[in-house]
Design a protein around this ligand. Structure first.
Ligand SMILES: Nc1ncnc2c1ncn2[C@@H]1O[C@H](COP(=O)(O)OP(=O)(O)O)[C@@H](O)[C@H]1O
Ligand SMILES: [Mg+2]
Length: 230
């Protein structure tokens, strides 16, 4: 099993430090993520979880160490290459979903495909399919202000997965929902990701999600520790 995982590694961090000025937010993080693997990260507020995701996704540069995606160091890529990578190979889900209010649910979902240059019609068709899979097909024409919080979060999940990214970074993606709703959304999210072999790195307070993940790490004072590595 260990060997199979290492050959399918998609994202890898070694000795990663990330700091804001003199404040070290992530210290010496090591992490290896396989294709399609679900990795949960738990830890107290302020422990550096979001900062770690920013480092892994190439949103912020690392002060030390290295992040490699498909065996290429992010630090060796140009800004344009990093942007393209984030747009085409990565997906993101945040606590409040952050849909664009002026776009319909369908258009919001299709956004990653449109940004990758896909034409409107096929992009909307693909968005419709993902929305159907998440039970949101009827909401296609609505605006974000016309759907519930749980539905918005499902749309954010659909948008993060519509372009079949290699990795989705999810930062407390259901932190704004009540726990029943949160569990349902997370379950659908992970099941859809698994069905398309998308790796998920999810920051969560939900111990049930952490238990369902393939591996579980905790973050404390900027230090990442495996709880249950693959
Ligand atoms: N933009 C920033 N500038 C300065 N310090 C920051 C910034 N963002 C986060 N921090 C600090 O870095 C540490 C880790 O923050 P963060 O990664 O947001 O933790 P978490 O996501 O676990 O709550 C905290 O001490 C926080 O105050
Ligand atoms: Mg955070």
């Amino acid at each position: 099993m260990g060997e199979a995982i290492s050959t399918s590694e998609i994202l890898c961090a070694t000795g990663v430090d990330l700091s804001y000025g003199t404040q070290l937010a992530v210290s010496g993080a090591d992490l290896s993520v396989a294709r399609g693997e679900v990795v949960a990260i738990t830890g107290q507020s302020g422990s550096g979880k979001s900062s770690l995701l920013y480092a892994l996704a190439g949103v912020l540069p690392v002060a030390r160490g290295q992040v490699r995606f498909e065996n290429r160091a992010l630090g060796d890529l140009t800004d344009d290459e990093i942007s393209t990578l984030r747009r085409e190979r990565f997906g993101f889900v945040f606590q409040y979903g952050e849909l664009l209010p002026e776009l319909t649910i369908e258009e919001n979902t299709a956004l990653p495909l449109r940004l990758a240059g896909r034409r409107k019609k096929p992009a909307l068709a693909a968005a419709g399919q993902v929305l159907d899979r998440l039970g949101l097909g009827d909401l296609r024409e609505r605006r974000p202000s016309q759907v519930s919080g749980g539905q918005s979060q499902r749309v954010a999940v659909a948008r993060a997965l519509v372009h079949r990214p290699a990795v989705v970074f999810a930062d407390e993606p259901t932190g704004s929902l009540d726990s029943a709703n949160a569990s349902a959304v997370l379950k659908e999210f992970l099941s859809l990701a698994r069905s398309q072999d998308t790796a998920v790195i999810i920051v969560t307070h939900d111990q049930a999600v952490a238990a369902q993940a393939d591996s579980h790490y905790t973050m404390s004072d900027g230090v990442l520790t495996p709880r249950r590595p693959v």
